[in-house]
Design a binder for this molecule. Structure first.
Ligand SMILES: NC(=O)c1ccc[n+]([C@@H]2O[C@H](COP(=O)([O-])OP(=O)(O)OC[C@H]3O[C@@H](n4cnc5c(N)ncnc54)[C@H](O)[C@@H]3O)[C@@H](O)[C@H]2O)c1
Length: 263
């Protein structure tokens, strides 16, 4: 399909990450205009370099955990002349992100309240603040689609054994926030329906990002298709959710997990 996203202006948080940067590349190729955001740093710089000079790409620094920054984001985008009709709540503190930052994975008994609260603030309160700002600034003014991002570990428990001896683990606050985000989706879907806004959740499965052969084997056994996903395979579903073709879907959780949640 070509130009699947023509006429779509997509605002995306955490756009410099593994999946975010894939969505940006694929969405631009389908004719979308992208207002990308992330924390300042090397991921954001690489994203801006990759799309420098593309008139359909704009970049905004944004910490989704910062209420003052979130309160201004749509005003900034609108002031620059774009009207977002798709918002993608993609930013999150992930296990891989913590590993990259060299942070240790504590046992559950040793999890610091500050780390628990930081994860809730970023992964759940952040998307809430983005949605609340959408309500204030754009919902009801033109049709809008909000896509929240959960995980295969939102409504299923983590398989702790597959992380034995691995440099990263799944951490409790992550799954809790990913379960919570679908609660935000279904609450808002009904609340916004009369104002022409849809809200859905995508729940990606395990995405390959340089994981060891042993980890791939262990997680593969839990997945019907017996392998991890490529980022582009998650993007394939994301393109549909961001397109006009998803216009009659709202309040739904879309699993893109190779069958992990199916047995
Ligand atoms: N990769 C996977 O296997 C997988 C599986 C299921 C769900 N997900 C979800 O998909 C989304 C993207 O994941 P990813 O794999 O690209 O992760 P990633 O760690 O590569 O990217 C996350 C991005 O979020 C940004 N971020 C973190 N805190 C932020 C904050 N306070 N404000 C703004 N941006 C912030 C980071 O800078 C980073 O660019 C996340 O919501 C993640 O939970 C990923």
């Amino acid at each position: 399909m070509r130009d699947q996203l023509k006429g779509r202006t997509i605002f995306i948080t955490g756009a410099g990450g593994v999946l975010g940067s894939t969505y940006v590349r694929r969405m631009l190729a389908q004719g979308a205009r992208i207002a990308a955001s992330d924390l300042p740093g090397r991921r954001a710089e690489a994203l801006q370099e990759a799309h420098a000079g593309n008139p359909d790409f704009r970049y905004y620094d944004l910490d989704v955990a910062d209420e003052a920054q979130v309160s201004e984001i749509f005003a900034r985008i609108l002031k620059d002349g774009w009207q977002p009709n798709v918002v993608l709540n993609n930013a999150a503190i992930t296990g891989e992100l913590l590993m990259g930052a060299g942070q240790p994975f504590p046992d559950f008994a040793d999890l610091k309240l500050a780390d628990w609260e930081k994860t809730l603030r970023t992964n759940l309160t952040g998307p809430f603040m983005i949605a609340r700002q959408m309500d204030r600034d754009i919902v009801g003014k033109w049709p809008v689609a909000l896509i929240n991002v959960a995980s295969m570990y939102a409504l299923n428990g983590a398989h702790h054994r597959i992380y034995d001896g691995m440099p990263f683990k799944n951490f409790s606050a992550y799954g809790v926030t990913k379960a919570g985000i679908h609660g935000l989706t279904v609450w808002l879907a009904g609340y916004w329906a009369a104002r022409g806004a849809t809200v859905n959740t995508i729940a990606p499965g395990a995405v390959f990002n340089g994981h060891s052969d042993e980890f791939q084997r262990r997680v593969g056994e839990l997945i019907m298709l017996n392998r991890m996903a490529e980022p582009d395979e998650i993007a394939d579903a994301m393109l549909f959710l961001a397109s006009e073709q998803a216009g009659y879907m709202t309040g739904q959780l879309v699993n893109v997990d190779g069958g992990f949640s199916g047995w």
